[in-house]
Design a protein around this ligand. Structure first.
Ligand code: NDP
Length: 342
């Protein structure tokens, strides 16, 4: 069983040498009375928040047990899907496909109380359950509909718009009847947003010298909703262009994860006078809309109204470069690693 660990805590941008692959044999026999479940891991979701867990002073455990600090040398867990090989837990049988918190490696041993549930494929490939029908999808759906509370015709700006959450926010917003502009970090990504995903407009933020002026050009009548995936200067520029009673959903601040000195400092006077509502959120808070999210998204997919963007690497050894790539803009859509065939 090979699995990935960090060699030391990571502060700043992650690099390949921060990680190593460990190998140990794994017994596929359970002790009598054990309630463990042993999985063959199939797909692992690669998520930006994992880097925050790897920092020397990780504060993440204060907020969420799902995001507890990762220590050097210890097995890492993350969202993913697997197949049950052996089960001492009566809820799961050999051959079941499951989704939950799996190990960054080839196999997972899930202890009683570990986050795991049976997966119903509903006619969609396994990888879709890691992305569009998994946490990225729920994040986009809940963040847009529950936090941003859109009205038809409103003007929406999405950052990291070609990424896993961002592309889905844009697609939901278009289907709902909003005007949507996204930003991304390359010419190809901008083309993709406009040509394939149906964004009304898009721009490459790396080519801009004055983000406030850029947003003024794309939103001459102001922004009603900003779905923030990146933080820092982009957040400041978006808030400076918000309309009265605008809403800002802070989904994540990826540009701040690799640089702790870089923080958004929006103008508070703008927020007061324009009565802007800013709300951070976690997808896990919105399990109440999970059934609604799944049925709406499956309907859109079956009707051919949503595109699926998946970016899949293969093999446990590609986990570190996949995580690193998120912070360098290498991925297009949902980044995941396929760990084994079904
Ligand atoms: P993405 O698929 O969007 O991948 C990250 C993307 O961010 C990259 O492709 C890159 O695209 C962009 N990026 C990287 N560094 C920077 C930077 N310094 N400035 C601007 N853009 C950058 O990841 P996810 O969709 O999984 O996550 C998006 C955001 O949502 C993250 O902030 C994440 O932490 C957050 N999140 C929050 C959740 C919640 O429950 N609140 C759940 C899931 C994710 P580009 O080429 O455009 O630069």
């Amino acid at each position: 069983n090979s699995y990935v660990v960090i060699k030391a805590h990571i502060d700043g941008s992650p690099k390949e040498s921060d990680f190593e692959l460990k190998s140990e044999s794994i017994s596929l026999l359970l002790d009598s009375g054990s309630n463990d479940v042993i999985l063959k891991n199939l797909y692992l979701s690669i998520d930006p928040y994992q880097l925050n867990r790897m920092k020397s002073q990780s504060s993440s455990q204060i907020y969420s047990t799902l995001a507890a600090a990762i220590n050097p040398g210890e097995a890492i867990n993350g969202y993913g899907v697997g197949e049950v090989l052996v089960s001492g837990n009566p809820e799961f049988q050999k051959g079941d496909l499951v989704v939950g918190l799996i190990t960054w490696g080839e196999y997972s041993v899930i202890k009683p109380g570990g986050m795991l549930r049976k997966l119903e494929l509903m006619g969609f490939p396994l990888s879709n359950h890691v992305g569009i029908l998994g946490f990225s999808g729920l994040t986009a759906y809940a963040g847009f509909f529950e936090v941003c509370k859109p009205k038809k015709g409103e003007k929406v700006f999405v950052s990291a718009a070609s990424g896993s959450v961002g592309n889905l926010v844009g697609q939901y917003a278009k289907l709902f009847g909003c005007y949507v502009v996204g930003c991304a970090g390359s010419k190809e990504k901008v083309e993709l947003l406009k040509e394939k995903l149906g964004f009304d407009d898009a721009f490459n933020y790396k080519e801009q010298t004055d983000l406030k002026a850029t947003l003024k050009r794309y939103f001459p009548d102001g922004i009603d909703i900003y779905f923030d995936n990146v933080g820092a200067e982009m957040q400041e520029a978006a808030i400076a262009n918000m309309n009265l009673f605008g809403r800002v959903a802070i989904c994540g601040v990826i540009s701040e994860y690799t640089d702790s000195g870089r923080k958004a400092a929006p103008d508070m006077i703008d927020i007061v006078y324009r009565r802007i509502k800013i709300q951070g959120f976690l997808a896990a808070d919105f399990l109440n809309v999970y059934a609604d999210f799944i049925s709406t998204t499956c309907d859109h997919l079956r009707a051919g109204k949503m595109h699926i963007l998946e970016d899949i690497s293969t093999g446990v050894e590609s986990i570190p470069s996949s995580l690193i790539g998120l912070f360098r803009g290498h991925n297009v859509g949902k980044k995941m690693v396929q760990l084994s065939d079904t």
